[in-house]
Unconditional design. Sequence first.
Length: 193
Amino acid sequence: MKKIPIEISARHIHLSQKDLEALFGKGYQLKKLRELSQLGEFAAKEKIDIQNSLKPNARKISKVRILGPIRKQIQVELSHTDAIFLKVEPMVRESGNIKGTPGIILVGPKGKIKIKEGVMSARMHIHCSPKESQKLGLKNRMLVSVKTMGIRSITFHKVRVLVKPNYRLYMHLDTDEGNAAGIIKNGRGYLII
């Protein structure tokens, strides 16, 4: 069996430049905190709050990390548990597919935005470059299974493979999936095609 590295993708937000400026002020630019495993992507120093309404008893998650670079549209990626806490329908989607997803309120230091859609739980997926995909016998958008290693080993099915030149080989799980498999840091799994 072929081994594959596994990372946990905690709750985070992708913003457009327009929305970043609405939350942080005109002309604002994200400040890089650290590089992520996928080339060109980074965790920003900036964090914002998300809440399910403007009422005083609104459910809220504070200090949600923004990831860069800037995108064309807002995407709020939460775990199933986060979505239930916020009382929004937890919809599993592939990145970029936000049509018909719930909305939420984003609160930054300089403003608030109410989005109509964009809240999702990311579908588990594997990033890999064309060279890595060829070596592993993978094709873009195919579905595979991955058996995790460790004391709480489980097998994830219908894991989408995403192949792009700037991708590096990693499987991404959200915190709920990672916790279920007992993955804390530097997880590994076996690829099952």
